[in-house]
Design a protein around this ligand. Sequence first.
Ligand code: PMP
Ligand code: GLU
Length: 398
Amino acid sequence: MKEMISPRLRALSPSATFEMARRSAELAAQGVDVVNMSVGEPDFKTPGHISEAAVSAIDSGYTKYSPVSGYTSLKEAVCHKLLSENGLSYSPSQIVISSGAKQSICNAVLALVNPGDEVIIPAPFWVSYPQMVLLAGGVPVHVAAPIEQDFKITPGQLEAAITPRTRLLILCSPSNPSGAVYTAAELDGLAEVIRKHDGIMVLSDEIYEHINYTGSHASIASAPGMEDRVIVVNGVSKSYAMTGWRIGYMAAPQWLASACSMLQGQYTSGPSSISQKAAETALMGSQACVEQMRLAFLRRRNVLVSLISKIPGLRISVPQGAFYLLPDCSAYLGKSFKGKKIESGNDLAMFLLSEGHVATVGGEPFGAPGCVRLSYATSEDVISEGVRRIGAALALLA
Ligand code: PMP
Ligand code: GLU
């Protein structure tokens, strides 16, 4: 009966991030003390004033279908955020609220990509981008952003990757999994290339906007002449520790926002009414919680970077944002433990889990062969213990 699964789905693989989180939880359920540095989600509680807004939303009857593209009041809050924080001017009709930024990205990909269309994805990339492109029948085109380039692509590389079939570029800054952050000048350089080619849109995934250690966030939508070429995707999952609430959004040219709203109307309807009211409070309320969490992530990054640097053979580029570190572990490839050879970042992640009891994610599904991704969205104690275990496990390889 398995053949009944559509070829569309057979082309996909499971989310590697959630898969490692599942394995880690499975081991923990067997009573093993596992340090979990796999899935990327803030360990903080959702700030109290946001949760209280959800409770009063229930009490006030926000328990029915919302408009398909979200409540106008939340769209207005998003417009306010985009204008005040990013200098970007949108009308509420250009905003589509979705069940997580993940759905916003998938909506855009499904709306734009035809079978055979190419989508340029700088590698390393977040695991779900190429999978979404495959779902649409498109062709992911990876452009290498190696550690020597601090995991960023150059305008020359972008230009060289463009063909008549290119439909979309997906950018993520701050980046999952590398922590790279593009400067405004770097984004201007990429925008200049895009402007030379009609018919290419840019999806700018800014979900880690507020977890940035450089002092400033830049959006490619702000580059001259890019308003009609960019889909800005953001959400509340990471900035406000609201991963389970499932609220993300896109800001896009009207024609695309309308298409995505139509898609959503036939497919999921509007996202949770209660979560939308909570997200509105997140965006319009005090932003002190965002800064507090950013500072905690910065301290954790510093702890992780200093500890990991003491392990021989690991190469890193110090992350400038998000809450991931992507050490290049190539020096350990080809080594063995108990007759089992480590041939990839995935093998290494499995070895670290089974021998070190520390859950990471192998680099291959991120387009980062020979790397493993560590999430440091966890306490400094857990980070220290995780790195201690990684060091001890790696020392077993010969
Ligand atoms: N983009 C990136 C780069 C991410 O890491 C995530 C993580 N979940 C998302 C989008 C989706 O976030 P969510 O659906 O929780 O809003
Ligand atoms: N984005 C997080 C991660 O990369 C959550 C899992 C997911 O959505 O893939 O770990």
